[in-house]
Design a protein around this ligand. Structure first.
Ligand code: MN3
Length: 229
């Protein structure tokens, strides 16, 4: 059974960019609901208990899944992974804003500089029609960082065989609507300041090393086990 991960900070820790009420509802209601639905859907399958990233791989590789069940599993396992990564991608602690050298250099190569990454990432976020997620991924084929958008609760690990996410931004309205209403741009400008570059740097090192960023049942990062194949 998957469990709601404990947040690595308090509900009000990301104020003023993200208000306490939004964080509390997002975590205890939305994320919890996805986990409950995932646990329920898994009862009719024979999947072993595993980390959520490996579960996404298993779902992708199961060719004879009933279409409706596949959709339910994709949606809820994707949601669980997406939100767990999202929580890990934010922090208000100045100590977590430091980007490590390998990620810094790769961003320079693939985007030019930090400002261009910010502009392109937020541009993609603004371009999402309806609800979805914006990702920074590592492309294991050409060994580059790329921006990638998914809709609903799709996850790059489900959609692609060679894209491995290291940064996630939730563009569902429940992520910002209580405070920002329809003003997505203001939410995004604040959200970008919250990025936990220290964690994203660790995630980058993992995916370059042939692993996927994966999470244990309690939401902690699984640093050792999940290979990309
Ligand atoms: Mn959400």
């Amino acid at each position: 059974m998957y469990q709601l991960p404990t947040l690595p900070y308090k509900y009000d820790a990301l104020e003023p960019q993200i208000d306490e009420n939004t964080m509390r509802i997002h975590h205890t209601k939305h994320h919890q609901k996805y986990i409950d639905n995932l646990n329920n859907a898994l009862k009719s399958t024979k999947y072993p208990e595993t980390t959520v990233g490996l579960l996404l791989n298993l779902i992708k590789k199961t060719s004879d899944l009933d279409t409706r069940l596949r959709n339910v599993l994709n949606f809820n396992a994707g949601s669980h992974y997406n939100h767990t990564m999202y929580w890990h991608c934010m922090s208000s602690e100045p100590a977590h804003k430091e980007m490590m050298r390998p990620l810094h250099d790769q961003i320079g190569k693939d985007f030019g500089d930090m400002n261009q990454l910010r502009e392109k990432f937020l541009g993609e976020c603004m371009g999402i029609l309806g609800i979805g997620w914006q990702w920074l991924c590592y492309n294991s084929t050409d060994k580059k960082l790329v921006l990638y958008t998914t809709y609903q609760q799709d996850n790059p690990l489900i959609m692609k065989d060679n894209l491995f996410p290291i940064l996630a931004c939730d563009l569902w309205e429940h992520a910002y609507y209580l405070k920002f209403n329809a003003n997505k741009k203001d939410f995004l400008d604040g959200w970008y300041e919250l990025i936990n570059w220290e964690n994203v740097s660790v995630f980058y090192d993992m995916v370059v090393d042939g692993k996927i960023v994966d999470f244990m049942h309690d939401g902690k990062v699984n640093l050792f086990e999940s290979a990309q194949k």
